[in-house]
Design a protein around this ligand. Structure first.
Ligand code: ATP
Length: 203
């Protein structure tokens, strides 16, 4: 799996410059956590990687074609059940029984599998979104605060689950939680530090 290379990436929204000469290497086939305060540009970085928005300047190379994601909002089909939501994305080649095993591993109860996700709690929806991203046959997973809103026990189960089933894939996790980043393993990119370093570098 190729490394992803950001070279002097700039991105502004109107007058606000969110990314300023952002350069970094994300190792292919490994997990990287992106940390930084609210509004520093973490989701913008993911949006550029996913191809949703272009950078104003600079280049991004090495992003695999087959991508999956857990977005900050779950983006599930509310009228459909948990199993259907996963299989709509992952494809019908993924057997129902396998989807159910994954949902169970994430702590969802069997009687919920076919209920409309509109009736689910926020944490249950998160776990369906996580299973959907993991079971889709992607080379890279973008996880934008995927464990937010999960209680401590469920969060641990979800972290172990993601680690287990994404071995050899490139995983980019956006999180505010240092412990979570450490548990996921791999490198940590601190976006604010990059900015501070840049400012100091001028002197
Ligand atoms: N489409 C857009 N149009 C205008 N401004 C935007 C757009 N997308 C992001 N921004 C602005 O860019 C800045 C960075 O937003 P971004 O969502 O990337 O931050 P973040 O680090 O992910 O924040 P958080 O941790 O709160 O999710 C914010 O000030 C935001 O308002």
């Amino acid at each position: 799996m190729k490394d992803i290379v950001f070279a002097n990436v700039n991105k502004s929204f109107g007058e606000e410059q969110v990314l300023k000469d952002f350069s970094a290497v994300i190792k292919g086939g490994e997990t990287t956590s992106v940390m930084g305060g609210s509004g520093c540009g973490k989701t913008t970085l993911l949006n550029i990687l996913m191809g949703f928005i272009p950078p104003d300047a600079g280049t991004v190379s090495g992003v695999p074609e087959r991508k999956s994601a857990v977005f900050q909002e779950d983006r599930l089909c509310e009228a459909f059940g948990a199993v259907s939501n996963v299989r709509m994305a992952a494809g019908n080649r993924v057997p129902k029984e396998l989807v159910k095993e994954h949902l169970k591993e994430l702590g969802l109860k069997e009687d919920m599998f076919n209920k409309p996700v509109a009736d689910f709690s926020g944490g249950m929806k998160r776990r369906v979104a996580i299973a959907r991203a993991v079971l889709f046959d992607a080379d890279i997973l973008f996880l934008d605060e995927p464990f937010k809103g999960l209680d401590a026990v469920t969060r641990q189960a979800a972290i172990s689950y993601v680690r287990n089933y994404t071995k050899g894939k490139t995983v980019i996790l956006v999180t505010h939680d240092e412990a979570e980043a450490r548990q996921m393993g791999g490198e940590i990119i601190r976006m604010e530090q990059a900015e501070i370093w840049e400012e100091n570098d001028d002197y």
